[in-house]
Ligand binder design. Sequence first.
Ligand SMILES: *Cc1c(COP(=O)(O)O)cnc(C)c1O
Length: 398
Amino acid sequence: MNKVAETASSSLFPTYARYPIALVKGDGSWLWDDQGNKYLDFMCGLAVTNLGHAPKQVKEALVKQLDELWHVSNLFHIPNQEAAAKLLTDNSHADAVFFCSTGAEANEAAIKLARRYHQKVKGNGRNEIITFAQSFHGRTLATLTATGQEKVKEGFGPLPEGFRYIPLHDYEALEAAITDKTAAIMIEMIQAEGGVIPVEPAFVQHLAKVCKERGILLIVDEIQTGMGRTGKLFGFQHYGIEPDIFTLAKGLGSGFPVGAMLAKGELREAFNAGSHGSTFGGTPIATAVVKATIEALLEEKAADRAAETGEYLMSQLREKLAGNPFVQEIRGKGLMIGIVCSGPVANIIAEGQKRGLLVVTAGPNVVRLLPSLLISRDEVDLGVSILTSIFADQTAPV
Ligand SMILES: *Cc1c(COP(=O)(O)O)cnc(C)c1O
């Protein structure tokens, strides 16, 4: 079916510029389309299927829960939810977890918690959140407002008040943006959608220090960097900081929709009974999946593997793409890697699909690699050889 016919006959909103492929089956690092073509997956549904497709342990837990109970509402105790939250707090510095269904909803909860903490617990009326240029925090009205990219905001005004934006790594702009109304600073440890841009350690540490000194909450958006992706369970663990609040989604459910907002104990009372909620937040099914996902991540030492495999993949790319005129830089951490190019990379993505490798962009000029944390060396080598051949065949600047 050609693209025009497809668009005209679809009952869906055209919110996504879809690739001309319909994937119907997945196993580990591999995907198959409805024509029987096989693809090596270097994107993981955008950092979601961190354990590969249909991971055995998670699938078993999901199937078992499907036989027992699907939904009861948060008016009741949900043992799986307690157990999943305990796994998260046992494996981080956080003391309290709120479950929801998506990343945007987790960030929305973080923004609400920060404001409510200052207004109800501290009684200081602070309500402003500082975020960064090129950041991405979601598509709800508050989270698209928090996002430091104009394109996600166009046509959606009026936007909620109380957000200020500064360039990444700009110490002076940070100083100028902080007022007696500043409730929180919100940041990703690697700006993912913004172009796979790791934040400099000195800047992260400066932010943590400034927040601590001035009673400002530090919110880290770990929705894409979390769950082992960067070589630690959470990205901020590379920097020796403990954010007051952090958010998870994507890899948290191995493909099942689930998000979480985690915070230190002193923030617990800001979200008292009735202050926030979500019908589907932490259902028996969702939290059975979260529990199994975390257990599998820990059992497989997935974060350590991501660190090792990521180093190998990065070194292979640097070696094989060295001297290529289109490649400017290869950056990232663990298995979140960006190949920064001298121009648009849409044709590299398309060429990958033709040659059986799925990769994705991050901004117009960056090819983003997000393979399974459990990918084998052979699979990495295959991906690198396909990428090398695609880049070698580029005859004009991309
Ligand atoms: C994907 C993403 C979000 C939004 O998550 P959704 O589940 O799509 O709402 C927010 N922040 C970051 C860093 C993300 O990568």
